[in-house]
Each structure stands twice: as C-alpha cells, then as structure tokens.
Design a protein. Structure first.
Length: 279
C-alpha cells in the first residue's frame, strides 16, 4: 500500500474566481486540509488586501503570504527599466511563479509530498489552461469538472455573504495597479480611484521611454496622453456606447441576475491574461 504524503494548495489572487473556488472547496470538500496562499508583489490594489482579509474570516484559516524577497522596483532595475509586457511577462515569472515554485519545493516536495494544486478556471473558459501538471504536482480544475461558470461563481460569493471585490466597479480583474493588461477605461478608473498609483505608473513609463524602451503601459499611447481631459472623455464616451449596445443585447435571467456586474470581456472581447495574477 502506498505511503505517499499529500498536500493540497489553492492560490488566491484577490479576484472573484479564486475566492469563489476557496469557498466552494471549503464547503464541498471539507475533508481536504487545503493550504491557501497568495503572492504579494507589493503593488496590489488596496481593495485586494481588504478582500483577502475578508476571505481569511470566511475560511477560518490564515492565507500564506508568499514573499518574493525582491519587489517590483528591484526587478525593474534589473531589467534596465524595461517595462513588462504581454510579450515579456517578467513580472509574473519573478513575482508570482518563482515564489510559488520555491514555496512548493521547500515546504512540500523536498519533504516527500505529492502536491495537488487547485486552480479557478471556470467551465465557460475553454480557452484557458492552468499550469501543467509535473512530477509530484498535479493541477486540478474543480470548476471545470463540476460545470461552474461565471454566474455560478457570483452565486457562490453572494451566498457566502462576501460579494464581489470593490474594484470590480471599475476594473475587470485583480493584479498590480499598473498591469499592462488593463483596458483604457480601467486606466481611467485607476486615475480616478487611485491617482497616486497612476502617477507612479506614469513616472515608470516616462523613465522607460526616455531610455528608449519600446513599450507603454497602454497600447499605442502613453499614460501622459491617456490622462489628458479630452482623451479621458473620449474613452468614457466609447465605454458608455459599448454599455448601451450590451444592454440592448443582454437577456437577464431573473433567477440568476449578475447584479450590475459590467462584463468587460463581453464589452471588449476576451483577453489572454496571466492566470497567476488575475484569477
């Protein structure tokens, strides 16, 4: 008979999907002793930290805060002020994946454990894949296996008395304040909700551009350009038009309302984002 020791882990980003999965697992698989973790870049939204604290109360367990040892500013200097981009996601590697892999290896694999990692990919996200299973680490997708979609996720959060994170009022996902996957209307939201974070991102971008780096945070325009009053109004007007078009197309199921949630993916199309940051 096998004597393999096992550990169960679940990463929390401060987003709706991973939070709902943690609640779902606690409610439906309470026999599993799951260790919850989050990787803190030091550049998260204040609302993310607040939501994670609420999650600890609901789960009745401490969420392990994995420390990357070095923060975003350290690695930015290491990369000669070269901003991360969709083509070069060094931020995800250095601040999310490496701390996770080191934690798994030092705490569990080196001590003879097989690790089961639970990832919040929903049943309506056929285009996404989790980190591939490797020796002694198996990735499991409970939402996909149990046919739970976006509306199901919202139901789980509502029924737990938690609801959605506050930043969903103006932003589609968790992640760093200056994440390059943000849409332009979300940059406007950051400017209005957290102007100090917007200014910090703008300064980093200016330094990069002054040194000849090719990327801006937002596609095809700098944050200096994006933050001009006339440009802000144009972005807001475009967003409002999309909302009006969506409202005409949308059919509301009275048994499963989404309670005012703006579906950015439906408005702007699906984005290919970092699962380590945004779930």
């Amino acid at each position: 008979m096998s004597d393999i020791k096992t550990k169960h882990v679940l990463g929390l980003s401060g987003g709706k999907d991973s939070s709902a999965l943690a609640i779902y697992m606690a409610q439906n698989y309470s026999h599993l002793d799951i260790e919850y973790f989050t990787t803190d870049t030091g550049e998260e939204l204040p609302e993310v930290y607040e939501y994670l604290n609420q999650m600890e109360g609901i789960l009745g367990k401490t969420i392990n805060r994995l420390d990357p040892q070095r923060n975003f500013q350290f690695y930015l200097k290491q990369y000669n002020n070269f901003l991360p981009s969709a083509q070069n996601r060094w931020c995800t590697v250095q601040l999310k994946l490496v701390p996770f892999e080191k934690w798994i290896e030092n705490e569990f694999l080196n001590n003879g454990y097989k690790v089961y990692s639970y990832v919040a990919i929903r049943s309506d996200e056929s285009y996404r894949e989790g980190l591939k299973s490797k020796k002694n680490i198996e990735t499991i997708l409970p939402f996909r296996e149990d046919h739970i979609d976006k509306k199901g996720v919202i139901e789980i959060l509502e029924n737990a008395g938690l609801g959605l994170p506050k930043y969903y009022e103006w932003r589609s996902r968790s992640g760093c304040t200056f994440c390059f996957f943000q849409r332009k209307i979300e940059w406007v939201g950051l400017l209005e909700k957290h102007p100090e974070s917007f200014d910090k991102a703008k300064k980093m971008e200016k330094t990069a551009l002054d040194q000849g780096q090719p990327f801006t945070w937002s596609e095809n325009e700098s944050l200096e350009q994006l933050s001009q009053p006339e440009r802000i109004q144009q972005i807001k007007d475009d967003h409002q038009k999309k909302l009006e078009i969506q409202s005409k197309k949308q059919k509301i199921n009275p048994l499963r309302p989404e309670k005012g949630l703006v579906d950015f993916d439906e408005l702007y199309g699906q984005q290919k984002v970092c699962l380590a940051c945004h779930k």
